[in-house]
Design a protein around this ligand. Sequence first.
Ligand code: UTP
Length: 304
Amino acid sequence: MNKKVRKAVIPAAGLGTRFLPATKALAKEMLPIVDKPTIQFIVEEALQSGIEEILVVTGKAKRSIEDHFDSNFELEYNLKEKGKSELLKLVDETTGIRLHFIRQSHPRGLGDAVLQAKAFIGNEPFVVMLGDDLMEDKVPLTRQLMDDYDKTHASTIAVMQVPHDEVSAYGVIAPQGKGTNGLYSVETFVEKPAPEDAPSDLAIIGRYLLTPEIFNILENQAPGAGNEIQLTDAIDTLNKTQRVFAREFKGKRYDVGDKYGYMKTSIEYALRHPQVKDDLKQYIIDLGKKLEKADRPAPAKKLK
Ligand code: UTP
């Protein structure tokens, strides 16, 4: 297998239970960071990496995602009429990439979501990009994986050091040796290990470059952790018949998959947003002072 990586899959069909009730009728990938849905950041990373076509795997909230990336004639006409060219530009930011949609009828797990892309991908290597993680680095992480593929022609999974007590929230790798320039051969991939069983603190984060052989494995994959079809389990099987590498990511990762991570990311991104950064910074400083005052023990009352 020695083909160019051109296609990406964005699974967005999960139930998003950690954000209920917001995700009752809205995909969590549509929740905005300040004013941009998380999925748009992912599409932009794909564009910057040189991906040409994207398949979004949607569930119940298909419509809002499709509408977001479609042109909106009424809105565009209205903004043009009012001379709001800056806003018009924002509405149009992700043109230049072809998006396709497919539905995962039941959220059986990430592995099953990726399997829905089998016909779209055909016999090519491809990337899977999760909306839970926003990645920042000089070279986009997806591009780093594509550069690795150009050299190895093998599947490569992005991993990152995480605190040891958090490993059970991730898939974790057992690396073979110390790796070369951040690229590891892998002995096994384990989904959600207990910290005492984890083979390392190198956790799988939301970017995967996979060869199409993964589909045959996924078709026969039994449910794993959480009774879901786990992509990690299929990757572990793939690694037994062809080399699968792990690329350690050294950039900045924003985990937006749970409420606390989402709030922190929103604040950090807002502190860079030209329209709100100054006011927000002052607000946080004032709030910090207020909280500090409230935390201080009240002065003892003087005895008469
Ligand atoms: P998560 O487990 O983080 O997402 O899956 P979730 O299940 O939607 O969220 P919680 O845990 O209930 O809050 C990782 C990614 O895989 C997609 C999700 O949309 C998310 O981008 N996914 C997961 C699917 O597309 N289908 C599935 O069956 C499961």
